[in-house]
Design a protein around this ligand. Structure first.
Ligand SMILES: Cc1cc2nc3c(=O)[nH]c(=O)nc-3n(C[C@H](O)[C@H](O)[C@H](O)COP(=O)(O)OP(=O)(O)OC[C@H]3O[C@@H](n4cnc5c(N)ncnc54)[C@H](O)[C@@H]3O)c2cc1C
Length: 296
């Protein structure tokens, strides 16, 4: 691989801005390059991690022993009037813009969420519906996907293959790789789509700490049905609690933010403390939604 780098700090490639180096690091710009990088890792017996926007992970301070493949294969092709084929490194924000311009509805619900298409499939990207009464999931617009299975087979599969659920997909159980996804959109007035985009951004800005000021990986704990993890954390009085540079956000208690110099160890300690307090005082078990990547 010509652009292979060694001992590459990973923090800049995550929304948390935290994490030590990868022994090996490569950026891929096409699906062929992605497949090649994975096959090189397999052939050489090197563990690999596929990185999207790095928005749902916490990289440890020691970093990753193996190859990190940063997926920048981001081609987006519209066809048949209301369908789009997106490579797995395509960024959801770009899809939203392109779909808005064409009057195609489906992605606008996910505005303000840092994500590649691959990351969106991994955890079934979701947000509240415009009336805030239900959750809209990316699975609702997934038609087919081309994957490289953990057994090394290339297949085209339908949405049902992914066994989507809240924060869940089969990708968390099997090491399949999403190469690209075809999404089915619906024609809609551009103004209506823009209105959802604007309303969702306003909703986020009012309730969540902004990434530019407070690096984070979004919600840390999984939703507890009908209760909400953030509300429990707030109830036990942990908003604003700090360990090192990590802080339970004063704006949204399910966000643990990096106030500037947080280490992964700070975040992990704070996560554990929050879990213990909520269990002790309210009896609920908080499970983490984020993936810890690297050597502990
Ligand atoms: C401020 C903020 C707000 C957020 N709000 C929301 C929200 O409202 N709703 C929501 O659902 N999420 C939210 N998130 C979480 C995050 O944005 C999503 O989980 C997103 O889908 C992660 O995508 P990514 O590209 O960053 O994936 P990464 O974090 O880079 O990777 C996540 C996992 O996906 C795997 N993966 C990536 N690409 C592929 C692929 N091609 N094939 C197989 N596996 C792959 C990775 O290996 C890794 O295990 C938020 C995060 C932040 C920082």
């Amino acid at each position: 691989m010509p652009n292979l780098e060694r001992n590459k700090p990973l923090a800049p490639f995550t929304t948390y801005k935290i994490g030590g180096p990868a022994d090996l690091f490569v950026e891929v710009y096409t699906i062929d390059e992605l497949i090649h990088a994975i096959s090189e890792a397999h052939c050489n017996g090197i563990p690999f991690f596929l990185l999207g926007c790095g928005a749902n992970i916490l990289v440890t301070d020691k970093g990753f022993r193996g190859l990190v493949i940063r997926n920048l294969a981001n081609k987006i092709t519209f066809f048949n009037g209301d369908s789009v084929l997106a490579e797995s490194g395509a960024v959801v924000a770009d899809l939203i813009e392109k779909c808005c311009d064409r009057g195609l509805s489906g992605f606008e619900h996910f505005v303000g969420i840092p994500s590649t298409v691959g990351g969106a499939m991994w955890q079934n990207l979701h947000f509240l519906s415009p009336d805030r009464q239900q959750t809209v999931f990316v699975e609702e617009i997934v038609q087919t996907s081309r994957i490289l299975t953990e057994e090394g087979q290339f297949c085209t599969v339908g949405a049902e293959y992914f066994q989507f659920d809240y924060d869940k997909s089969i990708l968390q159980k099997r090491k399949d790789i999403v190469l690209d996804v075809t999404f089915q959109l619906s024609p809609k007035q551009k103004e209506e789509i823009r209105a959802v985009v604007d309303a969702n951004m306003a909703w986020r800005n009012a309730r969540q700490p902004q990434l530019a000021e407070y690096p984070s990986c979004g919600s840390v704990f999984k939703k507890i049905k009908d209760i909400g993890a953030g509300r429990l954390i707030e109830q036990v009085g942990l908003k604003g609690l700090r360990i090192g540079g990590a802080e339970v956000s004063g704006k949204h208690a399910n966000f643990i933010v990096n106030t500037g110099n947080a280490t992964a160890a700070d975040v992990l300690q704070l996560i554990q403390y929050v879990q213990e307090e909520v269990k002790l005082k309210l009896g609920y078990t908080l499970e983490t939604e984020i993936t810890v990547v690297g050597e502990l």
